[in-house]
Design a protein around this ligand. Structure first.
Ligand code: AR6
Length: 175
């Protein structure tokens, strides 16, 4: 696999010119704070209208909508686990967010997709542990979905960016 299919970037995910952005949603899919609030504000009220038709989403799952006023054509809404110390299947649930989001990406023939750090804000998942899971699962999913051309991990702040750059420079077996 070509490693340059995966990149880290720093900034506001709502401004990114990619085919799809992933939202760190909650099980209602009806909006919230953090990146969820920013995405709904930037996309406009039509996004909430469409989300109302979906009937929610379980933790670890993913659903897709249009992007409306966003530069991205699509929004993939995934629900990360709340961190409870690591004993409530949080790692597997977080991996599911990336696996299911990338499966939707492939199903809709989307070539480029950007992720925020799912669960690493309000939901309290430790950043480095989350980043390792994100990278490991994305590398595995990209092998299953050769038509996805680019996955961007959008980091909010320098610390997260440095972490992702460091982990992405590691060979696959070592993270
Ligand atoms: N662009 C990129 N990353 C961002 C942005 C942005 N505009 N804004 C925040 N982040 P969070 P969670 C980063 O709390 O932990 C919501 O209320 C942020 O620094 O948005 O999965 C939902 O409705 C952090 O690294 O999501 C849920 O109830 C990451 O995005 C709950 O929060 C995720 O932080 C989900 O919590």
């Amino acid at each position: 696999m070509k490693t340059d299919r995966i990149q880290a970037a720093e900034g506001d995910i709502t401004r990114l010119e990619v085919n799809a952005i992933v939202n760190a949603a909650n099980t209602t899919l009806l909006g919230g704070g953090g990146v969820d609030g920013a995405i709904h504000r930037a996309a406009g009220p039509e996004l909430l209208e469409e989300c109302r038709t979906l009937g929610g989403c379980p933790t670890g799952g993913a659903r897709i909508t249009r992007g409306y006023r966003l530069p991205a054509k699509w929004v993939i809404h995934t629900v990360g686990p709340v961190w409870h110390g690591g004993k409530r299947d949080e790692d597997a649930l977080l991996a599911g967010c990336y696996r299911n989001s990338l499966a939707l990406t492939a199903q809709h023939d989307i070539k480029s997709v950007a992720f925020p750090g799912i669960s690493t804000g309000a939901y309290g998942f430790p950043l480095e542990r989350a980043a390792r899971i994100a990278i490991r699962q994305t590398r595995e999913s990209l092998q299953a979905h050769p038509d996805i051309e680019k996955v961007i991990f959008v980091c909010f702040g320098r610390e997260a960016r440095d972490l992702y750059d460091r982990l992405l420079s590691h060979p696959p077996q070592s993270i």
